[in-house]
Design a protein around this ligand. Structure first.
Ligand code: UD1
Ligand code: CA
Length: 561
């Protein structure tokens, strides 16, 4: 099984990151004591590490003066959904989780998420990423969300980086560069803007004659000539908190939704002569918000494409890539070929030189190297060792394990079962709660009868066993090494090593039986009087009432034909 785990895990940098991110401020996860100890010890060696590991998440790049606030309390009116918007999934994660993942490596002093609708579910989605929830109840707008967050932000942070929970494509680097621009520009507010070909639905950036940001105008409040503006507000901003708080107090719900809009802060700051900057996103796709189902699917498409591009870059072949759906945490080794119309989901890890053929779906499954998955297999929470082969049309349910070179063929279902090295079950079988020894052959149509109606029972089959076709193994039962089972057997007792188990009715052949029967039938026919023979063509008379009543008494449930 070594090969199963031979492919690279998370990169060294990725594994080390949480510890070093913690040196900036928000410590490594507090429940991981070992890591914190390590953190203390390593802090002494920090200067050395800084040089060798100065990557995007190193403490040198942390933002200790910043608090990140993710706005995720709103409802999903435009999605027409019972599920709150930020919990809708794109690219394999809820929207808000993508946002938190992008924010976490910034190394801000705190990561807050403002929750309201389905608050506990939203909080739970981002808690593993170190986000602390702040409850906004009721939700009176994006400006009100920050009023509510004020206490949690506290007095120590200088700046807030505000990110909406529905902009899942945003990248860490873009957020970091916005924060840097805000600091170096000594601005009161810096807005991340974008130029969109179709800006409909977004707030627009209004600039004054000298190009400075004067205000943000929501779609519903646009004048006729403002509709042409295609620089939009992404809802991602940096604020200098000392300047923000007084403006929030001045917000009024003077809009169609009777809400306090955070966007109105921009005009207030600008009117007070404060510096308000806008940084235009290099890639406008990054700031797309998801207000409609169509936008959700567009964003999902972008995520999937990013993932496929990254895998192809790393040496994976993907045929008709736009038909292949791969979740973000999936790993695939080089020289593996992914055929059209497959799905690789959850934490699936695939080794090198594998082939996953069309129509197959793999979830949370580990594949070693050189594994072949023939078309239309469904595999969940299973492991396939080096050189294993399955399908076409195989179904592997949780805890199926095929060790090196094991094979499972068409219409075979495997559950909580180990097939050791080189074992085979090629046709039409159900193998549940079983252990199958190395190089054992399971014949077509073999069934492990593992369920007695109340409990599951194990079947244990040794090495180099031959199970004949159409065998029923009534568990609990054991078949010893090297044993043979005769085809068509119903095995209820253990079979010792090297024995033949045979459990079926004995066959009787009756020579000439068919011809004799035909002769008898012909003789009976010609012995009948001619009148009777002719009357056969007439419709049969209905059974007399008495006879019918008697039949019903004998067999009340039987319906008349
Ligand atoms: C907002 C901006 C708009 C911008 C667009 C970008 C405002 C008034 N408008 O509009 O200028 O172009 O984002 O996508 O800000 N939320 C709360 N509490 C609330 C209301 C909303 O936490 O009381 C959260 C929502 O859950 C959401 C985020 O804030 O994650 C943005 O709200 P949303 O309703 O999507 O704003 P938009 O109408 O898209
Ligand atoms: Ca939005």
């Amino acid at each position: 099984m070594g090969g199963l785990f031979s492919f690279a895990g998370p990169s060294r940098l990725a594994r080390i990151t949480p510890i070093f991110a913690g040196l900036g401020r928000p410590a490594a996860p507090p429940d991981r004591r070992e890591e914190s100890l390590f953190h203390w010890r390593t802090s002494l060696r920090l200067s050395v590490v800084k040089i060798s590991l100065a990557g995007e998440n190193s403490p040198a790049m942390a933002l200790p003066d910043f608090v990140v606030v993710i706005l995720a309390a709103g409802k999903s009116t435009r999605l027409r959904s019972n599920l709150t918007k930020v919990l809708h999934r794109v690219g394999g994660h809820p929207l808000v989780e993508h946002v938190a993942r992008a924010c976490r490596p910034l190394g801000a002093r705190a990561l807050l998420v403002v929750v309201g609708h389905q608050s506990s579910e939203v909080a739970a989605a981002v808690a593993p990423l170190g986000a602390r929830a702040v409850l906004q109840q009721p939700q009176r707008g994006t400006g009100h969300a920050l009023v509510v967050a004020r206490k949690a932000i506290g007095g120590r942070a200088k700046y807030a980086l505000v990110v909406p929970g529905d902009a899942p494509l945003v990248r860490t680097e873009t957020l970091r560069s916005l924060a840097r621009a805000h600091q170096t520009g000594q601005a009161a507010a810096t807005v991340l803007s974008a130029q969109l070909a179709d800006p409909t639905g977004y707030g627009r950036i209004l600039r004054s004659q000298d190009g400075r940001v004067a205000a943000i105008v929501e779609q519903s409040a646009l004048t006729e000539d403002q509709r042409g503006i295609n620089e939009i507000n992404s809802s991602i901003y940096c604020f200098t908190l000392a300047k923000l708080w007084p403006c929030l107090a001045q917000l009024r719900p003077a809009n169609v939704h009777r809400e306090l809009y955070l966007t109105d802060v921009i005009a207030l700051l600008s009117q007070q002569g404060e510096t308000v900057l806008a940084q235009v996103a290099a890639d406008p796709q990054e700031v797309l918000g998801c207000n409609t189902r169509a936008e959700l699917s567009e964003v999902d498409r972008t995520f999937r494409q990013r993932k496929r591009d990254a895998l192809m870059e790393a040496g994976v072949s993907i045929l008709l890539p736009e038909t292949v759906l791969i979740d973000p945490e999936v790993e695939v080794g080089a020289d593996t070929v992914l055929e059209p119309c497959i799905q690789l989901l959850g934490k699936t890890r695939i080794g090198r030189g594998c082939t996953i053929r069309t129509g197959s779906v793999l979830r949370d499954t580990l594949l070693g190297d050189a594994v072949i998955v023939e078309p239309h297999c469904v595999v969940v929470s299973s492991r396939l060792g080096n050189g294993a082969m399955i399908g076409p049309f195989a179904r592997l349910r949780p805890q199926a394990e095929l060790r090196a070179g094991a094979r499972v063929g068409n219409f075979v279902e495997v559950k909580k079962t180990v097939l050791a090295e080189g074992a085979k079950a090629m046709h039409l079988s159900y193998l549940g709660d079983a252990r199958i020894g190395a190089h054992t052959n399971i014949g077509a149509g073999t069934i492990t009868c593992n369920y007695d109606g109340t409990r599951k029972h194990p079947t244990t089959i040794g090495k180099r066993v031959f199970i004949g076709s159409d065998t029923a193994l009534v568990a609990p039962v054991r078949v010893g090494d090297g044993a043979y089972i005769a085809a068509g057997s119903t095995i209820t007792d253990n079979v010792p090593p090297g024995a033949l188990g045979i459990a079926r009715g004995r066959q009787v052949n009756k020579p000439g039986w068919v011809a004799a029967r035909r002769r008898e039938a012909a003789a009976a026919h010609s012995a009948r009087p001619a009148s009777k023979r002719a009357s056969r063509k007439k419709p049969r008379p209905k059974p007399r009432r008495k006879a019918a009543a008697a039949r019903k008494r004998r067999n009340p449930s039987r319906r008349r034909r």
